[in-house]
Design a protein around this ligand. Structure first.
Ligand code: ATP
Ligand code: MG
Length: 751
């Protein structure tokens, strides 16, 4: 290990002897590097690897850190404990959980399992899901647990009314059921480990003695339970080294508490604080942009970041007409980066929402650019999408036992495993398929399960009938509704569940798009199409690929070239965050995280019109865009797509806006409404479109980009007459050429 690889301040952190140490610094200033070197240095000084505990935010980061330490120490990292909070807690629990009355073989319940437990309880307590949804109940339990509260704690700080009593009883019942099943949920992993340490002093002592050094990366994102755990484990040695950046705290919505880092000195008054100021990652231009953005937050420690790497290239920006143009622009620039010998593995496309990946994925596939979606399953592999596809598969081919097995009880409709087993047996006896067994139910089947199965068959028959009657898109929408697939996720405040709902809406959007694109869309052809999409992507061993991921999962990473897609008001910052100043600051930090991932090339894109979650909106640019000094952005700023591309012609078959999408009954705000009512539609646009009659006619010229209320974005290809006689011909990608009277058409010129 060579200390010359570090600057003086980093070396100071590495060489720091005893006692608490806080390294707080901006992005790319070598915090993780200092932490990694410190571990290697400690080992060189004779600290045994098993006396060191390092906590990271993701498994990927843990792996990377282990590999680096291993390199630095010549292969001695094996006995180190480097992992995420969850994985370290599991290790602690596997050893001593018997002391809490569990068996060592305890199960870890995921979201799905939790739901199942709660659903049973709802039934037992005869609770109407309309009054209290499963999701809400799960959220309450999770929330309480991250704040280290049990059912009684929760109750005592509640309103203590009847409703609270019900929640308390469910919470208690939930805990009992998990205990009986010898199971822990994710929050329990942390809390039970804490309980073990707090209630069993010998256990605590064991770990306090074992871990002479505790190191935590990304400390700004720790929540109360994690913070307490860290404090406990380092309680004896006080050799706690935490590194973080308050400007990158982006998990407030999951209970992370930015105060843990801001108030570290309060907890550890003797702590040494080291600030790193030199950024080694990004060009001056990228750094200037990041600084200019984050400067607008109030809740932060002032930091000055500088770099020795030169100005570098300007930031490139694209205001695309819609998300497909945006994706095409990104593909084109990936191609240009490739021509400049930037490897694919050094390119990342970041976005706010998982659902944004679909169009990007499709466009990457078409362009033949290998990619990986990180931190989220590929769109068509996501559970909720697979469930929906499984319904479609069964409808096309009822003999598809695998698909049927998948959805027979999804969403839960009380067709339990025992029933399914009985049906499968029947199918085996008659050498028929499972679907056939559903139609000739065995006599020994009890009346309740029989009813449930009959209900399912009836529903499938109904769907099968409607399939022949409705256009594909409408049919799929009805299917999502009737089967209850979407309801599962829609009634929730939980971001994760809502994103599943959003994915289903996005799926619906994809079906609609497919239908509009292909003249005679059948369900069969659609499924084939999806199957091909899947196959194409199966280049698992492609050595080089572009990374697609959310801004959240990009934390800690770096790439030579970074694209941030969807820099729009309502997306980044998200619509939900705009209601509270705190959350807006968190969105700004998220944007800062994104920008600071880039080493050399930064690309920002936004669309004027986006269809996402099967909902269309006209978008204002993200306010964060205007926080970036214009001189940092290439003078391509503001140019149209045609100017960007020269020869580029957007594909003709593109789909268009909300009016073509079916009305919905999902109760999602903004869906199925007239476009002028949709939040996020530019007020300016609404005004001009509505009052076009009274205003002096606008003057259009060939090449102008316009927005039409119904047809979306287009380009003027011809103009004639003047005043009240003025007429304009506009080319819309999906609708072809249309001629309008300027005086009365709901049409406006954009930038
Ligand atoms: P983030 O806040 O994004 O997590 P960080 O502060 O952890 O960033 P690192 O990832 O440790 O920063 O470092 C950023 C980049 O700078 C890495 O490529 C790292 O190898 C490099 N780097 C860090 N310190 C030095 C140094 N002293 N000399 C040369 N390169 C360095
Ligand atoms: Mg880091």
């Amino acid at each position: 290990m060579n200390l010359n690889d570090l600057n003086d301040r980093q070396a100071e952190a590495v060489l720091h002897q005893q006692g608490p140490l806080l390294i707080v610094a901006g992005a790319g200033s070598g915090k993780t590097r200092a932490l990694t070197y410190r571990i290697a240095y400690l080992m060189q000084q004779g600290v045994k690897p098993w006396n060191i505990l390092a906590l990271t935010f993701t498994n990927k980061a843990a792996k990377e850190m282990l590999r680096r330490v291993d390199d630095l120490t010549g292969g001695h990292a094996e006995d180190l404990w480097i992992g995420t909070f969850h994985s370290v807690c599991v290790r602690i629990l596997r050893r001593d959980i018997e002391k809490l009355g569990y068996q060592r073989s305890f199960a870890i319940y995921d979201d799905d399992d939790q739901q199942r437990v709660l659903r049973d309880l709802f039934k037992q307590h005869d609770i109407d899901e309309k009054q209290l949804s499963l999701r809400e109940m799960k959220r309450i339990i999770g929330d309480a647990k991250t704040r280290l509260m049990d059912a009684d704690d929760w109750f005592s700080q509640s309103r203590k009314d009847h409703h609270a009593q019900v929640i308390h009883d469910l919470f208690t019942g939930y805990e009992e059921k998990l205990r009986k099943a010898n199971a822990l949920d994710f929050d329990d992993l942390l809390n039970k480990a804490l309980q073990l340490l707090m209630d069993h002093p010998p256990v605590l002592e064991h770990y306090q003695q074992r871990f002479r050094h505790v190191l935590v990366d990304e400390y700004q994102d720790t929540n109360l339970a994690q913070y307490t755990l860290v404090k406990l484990l380092s309680g004896q040695s006080r050799n706690l080294c935490v590194v973080g950046d308050d400007d990158q705290s982006i998990y407030g919505w999951r209970g992370a508490d930015i105060r843990n880092i801001l108030e570290f000195n309060k907890d550890f008054p003797e702590a040494k604080v080291i600030k790193l100021e030199q950024n080694y990652r990004s060009t001056q231009t990228i750094l200037d942009a990041a600084n200019a953005i984050i400067r607008n937050n109030d809740q932060r420690m002032e930091k000055a970041l500088w770099t020795e790497s030169g100005k570098g290239e300007k930031i490139r920006f694209c205001a695309a007409g819609d998300e497909r143009e945006e994706a095409a622009w990104i593909c084109e620039h990936v191609r240009r980066l490739r021509a400049r010998k930037v490897p694919m593995s050094e390119i990342a496309v970041l976005y706010r929402m998982h659902a944004q990946s679909r169009v990007l994925e499709e466009m990457f596939m078409r362009a033949g650019i290998p990619y990986r979606v990180y931190g989220g399953t590929r769109f068509y592999d996501r559970k909720e999408i697979k469930d929906a596809l499984a319904y479609l598969r069964v409808l096309v081919n009822p003999d598809d036992d695998v698909a049927l097995r998948r959805i027979i009880n999804v969403p839960k409709r009380s067709i339990g495993d025992a029933t399914v087993e009985m049906l499968e047996e029947q199918a085996r006896e008659n050498s028929s398929t499972l679907y056939a067994a559903l139609r000739s139910l065995p006599d020994r089947l009890g009346s309740r399960p029989r009813k449930c199965v009959e209900g399912f068959v009836e529903m499938m028959d109904m769907l099968s009938r409607r399939l022949g009657e409705l256009p594909l898109g409408e049919f799929v929408k009805m299917l999502l509704d009737e089967t209850g697939l979407i309801r599962e996720y829609a009634e929730s405040n939980d971001e994760e569940m809502l994103s599943k709902r959003d994915n289903l809406l996005e799926f619906l959007g994809a079906v609609n798009e497919y239908e509009q694109k292909s003249g005679d869309a059948t369900l069969q052809s659609y499924l084939e199409n999806v199957a091909l999409v899947t196959d194409l992507d199966m280049q698992e061993d492609a050595p080089q690929y572009v990374t697609l991921m959310t801004l959240h999962s990009a934390k800690g990473m770096e790439y030579r070239a970074v694209f941030i897609a969807g820099m729009e008001d309502g997306l980044l910052p998200s619509a939900r965050s705009k209601l509270e100043e705190d959350r807006l600051e968190e969105e700004r930090r998220l944007c800062y995280v994104g920008v600071t991932r880039a080493k050399e090339f930064l690309y920002l894109t936004r669309t004027r019109h986006r269809a996402i979650f099967n909902q269309a909106s006209y978008n204002q640019p993200s306010p964060f865009l205007s926080e970036i000094p214009k001189e940092l952005i290439s003078d391509e700023w503001g140019k149209t797509m045609q100017e960007h591309f020269g020869e580029y012609k957007p594909p003709r078959e593109r789909t268009r806006p909300a009016q073509r999408l079916p009305k919905t009954s999902f109760g999602i705000p903004g869906m199925g409404q007239d476009i002028l009512d949709i939040p996020g539609v530019s007020k300016g646009f609404v005004r001009s479109a509505a009052s076009a009659v009274e205003q002096p006619a606008q003057i259009f010229r060939e090449g102008d980009r316009v927005l039409h209320k119904k047809f979306g974005s287009g380009q003027v290809v011809g103009a004639s007459g003047s005043g009240a006689e003025a007429r304009v011909t506009v080319h819309f990608t999906a609708y072809g050429d249309k001629e309008f009277s300027v005086a009365i058409a709901p049409i406006v010129k954009v930038e």
